[in-house]
Design a protein around this ligand. Structure first.
Ligand code: SAM
Ligand code: SF4
Length: 337
């Protein structure tokens, strides 16, 4: 009997959402220790548990064959993974051949070294995380003294022709007062900036409630300073955007805790160990590493993606409560944000 052919059908979930965007974590390791993200003594995964670069490539191709048009590499810090540029080059060759966009989210510390290679590989836009321009606060928040490298990295990316968007986690009593200045700086250098509410993912030393800052409060403050016009830009993700007349740039708001954005969700996440998470705020998962390491990887992978479409939940269930356990025990560095 002929074996059944492997499905190439687009990925559509049980709520009729088409999944076109993969966020792929290439490592759980990082050269910073942002206090809201991971503890100082973070226990990283044994290397054999992490997908090899070949497996990451095969997995990405499997997704592209099922209609994924955008891949974002993340981590941990994607640029600390050895030889990650080889994967980026290989996936860059798929841009225009199935893939519309290859991008990454990075903390920027290694960007000065990689900017030209990224541009040559076909990366046109990246997100760089930056919570403060104050060297001391940077060190306090990330537990490392790397602000200068990050700023050099952003400049290098810009010079290489890569469009940089800044991501800033809004933290009460920490960078709260500095946010208008960060926006001005970003817009003056041609970068949009997206503000993110802190999310309850994984145990860290502090209680995140202490620094939880609802973005509605920031938006009110920005409205006192500037003229904000809601923008119709949508990325299929949780961000809502406004244009600021005076600075000539755009600000995004990612408000998972104050707002529900799940209706138009177009994405899934895969960890560095090949676990597909159907929702950042849920526990529904599919073991794609087992599929990749099976004796029929193409078929198992494709069936794993079909299973993911059946279990993707309708919406997330985040809440942030004082003293409560994290909504999900895994850290953001595992799922990549
Ligand atoms: N290391 C890279 C970086 O920092 O951009 C990529 C991975 S990092 C986990 C991705 C994004 O998640 C960063 O913008 C970071 O600020 C954000 N993040 C990490 N932990 C978070 C949390 N608990 N709540 C909200 N955002 C978080
Ligand atoms: Fe590293 Fe990014 Fe987490 Fe900061 S947010 S510790 S840079 S993975």
């Amino acid at each position: 009997m002929e074996p059944m052919s492997i499905s190439k059908a687009p990925l559509v979930d049980a709520f009729n959402r088409q999944i076109t965007y993969l966020r792929l974590s290439v490592t759980d390791r990082c050269d910073l220790r942002c206090s809201y993200c991971m503890p100082e003594k973070m226990q990283f995964l044994p290397r054999k548990e992490v997908l090899s670069l070949e497996e990451l490539h095969k997995l990405s191709i499997g997704f592209i064959e099922r209609g994924i048009t955008k891949i974002r590499l993340t981590g941990g810090e994607p640029l600390v993974r050895r030889d990650v540029i080889d994967l980026i080059r290989a996936l860059g060759r798929k841009v225009g051949d199935g893939l519309e966009e290859l991008t990454l989210t990075t903390n920027g510390t290694q960007l000065a070294r990689f900017a030209d290679d990224l541009a040559a590989a076909g990366v046109k836009r990246i997100n760089v995380s930056l919570d403060t321009m104050d060297g001391e606060l940077f060190q306090q928040l990330s537990r490392r003294d790397r602000l200068v490298q990050v700023l050099q990295g952003i400049a290098a990316a810009r010079e290489a022709g890569i469009k940089v968007k800044i991501n800033t986690v809004a933290l009460k009593g920490l960078n709260e007062e500095e946010i208008p200045y960060l926006i001005e700086w970003a817009h003056a250098h041609g970068h949009d900036l997206t503000l993110i509410e802190v999310m309850p993912l994984g145990e860290v030393e502090e209680d995140r409630v202490d620094h939880y800052l609802p973005l509605t409060a920031i938006r009110d403050r920005l409205e006192e300073l500037w003229t904000l016009t809601p923008s119709d830009k949508r990325t299929g993700g949780p961000a809502r955007y406004v244009d600021i007349e005076e600075t000539g740039g755009r600000v995004g708001f990612i408000t998972p805790l104050t707002n529900n954005f799940c209706d138009g969700c177009n994405r899934v996440r895969v960890t560095a160990t090949g676990q597909l998470y159907a929702c950042l705020g849920g526990s529904e998962q599919v073991d794609l590493r087992a599929a990749l390491r099976s004796d029929d990887p193409d078929r198992q992978l494709s069936e794993g993606l079909d299973l993911a479409m059946r279990i993707k939940p309708e919406r997330h269930h985040f809440r942030i409560d004082r003293g409560a356990a994290p909504a999900q025990p895994r850290h953001m560095s595992l799922t990549g944000g």
